[in-house]
Design a binder for this molecule. Structure first.
Ligand code: IMP
Ligand code: MG
Length: 181
């Protein structure tokens, strides 16, 4: 992989990502004092963000993972598939969904709907990135790390065709990488 050619620009640096996690962690710790916090992360894109924000949260919490997919290449298919369910029963929990990016919103609104049937006490959303330009579903995040323009981004867990997840920053993928696919 020739990073210089494939990444057009760095959109969120390592330093800024650290700062975002610290700030969101502080806010969440304040808001969830005395509650029954269950962090639910969406595989696989949100795992890096989950690992970092988790360590900035100072109130007791549990974590769990689920897996859905609605993506094919760089465009959402609009069809969401449930691939892995929660291990923990969220009955009575204050769920905070930890997502990498809110784009069309189709994935999160589907997920929220599914979790609403599970007797959780509350359900909120924390997303690292928010791309409002492409929104199709009527959904808003309660915690947002950074609002970004309508560009396809990779790194810090986010992928293109399962690659680039290991980059320590968020970068804009050069269209030349996916234009011929
Ligand atoms: P939505 O249903 O369109 O909101 O899509 C949400 C999911 O699509 C995210 O959780 C990501 O996994 C993926 N996604 C959306 N935009 C991007 C992007 O710019 N880069 C990588 N993945 C993305
Ligand atoms: Mg995702």
């Amino acid at each position: 992989m020739n990073i210089e050619k494939e990444i057009k620009d760095i959109l969120v640096s390592e330093e800024e990502l650290k700062h975002i996690c610290k700030e969101l962690g502080k806010q969440i710790s304040r808001d969830y004092e005395g509650k029954n916090l269950l962090l639910v992360s969406v595989l696989k894109g949100a795992v890096v963000f989950m690992a970092d924000i988790l360590r900035e949260i100072t109130v007791p919490c549990q974590i769990d993972f689920l897996s859905v997919s609605s993506y094919s290449g760089t465009k959402s298919t609009g069809v969401v598939k449930f691939k892995k369910d929660l291990d923990i029963n969220p009955d009575g929990c204050d769920i905070l969904i930890v997502e990498d990016i809110l784009d069309s919103g189709v994935t999160l609104s589907y997920l929220k709907g599914v979790l609403e049937d599970r007797n959780a006490k509350s359900i909120k959303i924390c997303t690292l990135l928010d791309k409002p330009a492409n929104r199709k579903a009527d959904i808003k995040a309660d915690y947002v790390g950074k609002v970004i323009p309508d560009e396809f981004v990779v790194g810090y867990g986010l992928d293109y065709a399962e690659n680039y997840r290991n980059l320590p920053f968020i970068g804009i993928l050069s269209p030349s990488v996916y234009e011929n696919n």
